[in-house]
Each structure stands twice: as C-alpha cells, then as structure tokens.
Design a protein around this ligand. Structure first.
Ligand code: SIN
Length: 287
C-alpha cells in the first residue's frame, strides 16, 4: 500500500494514510512523510494504536528528541515522552489540559523544537480539541506597514510568567530555584524563515512571547496584542477533533496550538507528546 496525503480542513493540514506507524519506516516512506510535513505543516494519522516504544521510534525518523524542564510530566519509562494526562500516566503527574493557551512548543528555550508528535490515547466525548493556527498564512495576511515594522526584529520569550500564573489554584507544583534559574529571557526573530520550506512565518505566541525588542513597553504590548489577535483569527485556525489513537505532528516553526477545555470531573483526557529538537539554523534563518 502506498502513502496517501490528502488535504483536510484548511490548506495547512493533511491526513496521511497507507502507513502503519507501529512498524519501522523504510527510508523512502520517511522521506515522503518529511516532504508532506514541510508542504502541509500539520499531518494527521488515524487509527495508529502504537506503544510508547513505537511512538519514540517513529519520532526518531525526524531528528533527536528532547524532554521537558518540568521532569515530573515525563514518562518514567520513556523520558522522551511528555505525558499530558488529566489522570497521570506512566509515573508522570496529572496535568489537566497543559497546553490550553495559544503557544508554539518551548519557544522559551534558546533553540526551540522543530516539531512535536502527539498521540491521542484517551479522548473525552466532548471538548478537549486542539486548535492549530497557520502562522505562514497569518504572516502573509499582514498589511505591508506591519510587515515592515516586524521583519528583522527580535522578540523576547520567557516561561517564568506563564508557569507561575498556572501554579495559581494549585494546578502545577511551585517552580524550583533550578527551574527559575533556567527559565531566562531568550531572543527569537518575530518573523522566522523556515529553513525547510523557505517560507516566512509569524513567530510570536501568547504563551511565551513577552516583548518585542527596540520598542517601548506600551508599543510592544500593543503590537503583540495585535499580532496575537490577528494570528488567532478563525480563518487561520484548524480545530482537530480527536479520535483515540490519532497521531498529529506539527511543525513548531510555522504553527501555534491551543487545547480546548473539557470537563475533567467527568472525563479523562490523556495525550502523549514527543518533541523533536530544533537546530541553531532556524535562529540564523531570521527574515
Ligand atoms: C501541547 O500543547 O503540546 C498539547 C496540546 C493538547 O493537549 O492538545
């Protein structure tokens, strides 16, 4: 059976069929998937009831993997797997909808991940979708004046504020001194030229981008608010309605995502993510 790649929903999302992710990929199939990923930004694979080992093995086709600075959320047996489970799983502490705000993964690190691969394991019957925003389309749709203002500029990203906000109400453990020391400001281009596609994407997110360099606080806050509101518009967003054992992989350099709410008193939601390391190249590839 040969690989099929079919656009669904929006122009930046495709469903991939004709492949069994529990099996090792031959080099030709891995290359076809990589090419489909650069062409589409988000790939959806249905009915892939894979083990944690198979999830990790599949992910290795796309690069080295990284864990997370909050190690309590990592699978004890497979520390390459981030467990996003309202009930906890594999020794990882429960985390209700950890990604329920607009963000690209881990942009608060000096070299953010290239992409992520999420396995939907237990899906609530209502809520708990994942929204994805197309940051190429968001950039392309900006007016020329805004493009001129942001092209070549750098933004500051930081995890401390977001994390501390989410500890309120006891949803997360207080950060350790080590974590706070690790979560320092990092700089990334506001407009990122994706080295794999050659296309420009808006690279700021509500989760972790705190300011734009070279602007006063008021101007920076107003511009970020405008860019966040712009990129979250429905015309740039695809809502993924999960089925058990969907695998969704996204290019972190040109998309953002946000999980939607669900009733965790009634339902469990368990997802597991591998995260593919980025390269310094993406830093050098600023517009
Ligand atoms: C994430 O933010 O990586 C997970 C998104 C989700 O749980 O839907």
């Amino acid at each position: 059976m040969s690989l099929s790649v079919t656009r669904i929903g929006k122009s930046f999302v495709a469903e991939v069929g004709g492949v069994d992710l529990s099996q090792p990929l031959d080099s030709e199939t891995a290359e076809q998937i990589r090419q489909a990923w650069w062409d589409n930004s988000i790939l959806v694979f249905r009915d892939q009831d894979i083990t944690d080992e198979q999830h990790v093995a599949f992910s290795h086709n796309f690069g080295e993997l990284q864990g997370h600075s909050v190690t309590a959320w990592l699978s004890r047996d497979h520390p390459e797997i981030l467990v996003l489970s309202s009930k906890g799983r594999s020794g990882a502490m429960p985390l209700k909808n950890g990604g329920a705000y607009w963000h690209s993964d881990i942009t608060y690190e000096a070299v953010p991940p290239m992409g992520s691969i999420l396995h939907g394991i237990t899906i609530p019957p209502e809520g708990g979708d994942t929204l994805y925003a197309d940051m190429y389309a968001a950039y392309d749709a900006l007016d020329d004046e805004t493009k001129a203002l942001i092209d070549g500029r750098m933004a500051i990203h930081n995890y401390q504020l977001r994390y501390i906000k989410m500890t309120e109400g006891g949803a997360r453990p207080a950060p350790t001194a080590e974590q706070l020391a690790e979560w320092q400001d990092v700089r990334h281009p506001v407009v990122l030229k994706n080295p794999d596609s050659g296309r420009k994407a808006l690279f700021v997110n509500e989760g972790f981008t705190v300011s734009i360099e070279g602007l006063g606080k008021e101007e920076s806050d107003a511009l970020l608010e405008k860019l966040f509101a712009h990129s979250e518009k429905p015309e740039f967003v695809y809502a993924h309605k999960w089925r058990p054992h969907d695998i969704v992989m996204w290019d972190n350099r040109c998309t953002m995502h946000s999980a939607t709410d669900f009733d965790d008193n009634k339902y469990e939601r368990t997802m597991q993510r591998t995260t593919i390391k980025g390269t310094a190249l993406q830093q050098a590839a600023a517009a």
